[in-house]
Design a protein around this ligand. Structure first.
Ligand code: HEM
Length: 79
């Protein structure tokens, strides 16, 4: 699965180009580096990162493989 395909399930909340504040709280993904995004996804997966709505992201991050987290992070960093 490509980063572009993986991002399809994220766009509803984060915006087609990562410009949205998901559910009114998330920082926009646009403008963040692949490293920053990957560290946050890994942090949701191991429950060391998150804000008031982290429960939304926990399941999403845990269900992704490390390889998919990397691919989607690289895709997002190009917005
Ligand atoms: C936060 C990625 C899908 C809602 C985040 C953050 C990342 C991220 C990197 C951290 C932003 C930051 O703090 O700078 C993704 C990816 C997705 C995805 C790669 C798809 C695989 C979704 C979906 C929803 C959603 C579908 C809505 C149902 C949120 C919310 C936050 C957030 C509410 C803030 C959570 C908190 O309080 O910590 N997401 N997301 N995300 N995302 Fe997603």
């Amino acid at each position: 699965t490509s980063g572009k395909e993986l991002y399809r399930s994220c766009a509803a909340c984060h915006g087609e180009n990562g410009e949205s504040m998901a559910l009114g709280v998330s920082k926009p993904l646009k403008g963040q580096t692949a490293k920053q995004i990957l560290e946050k996804l890994n942090g949701y997966a191991d429950e060391t990162y998150g804000g008031s709505k982290k429960s939304v992201m926990l399941g999403i991050a845990k269900r992704m493989t490390e390889e998919d987290r990397k691919k989607v992070s690289e895709y997002i960093s190009a917005f």
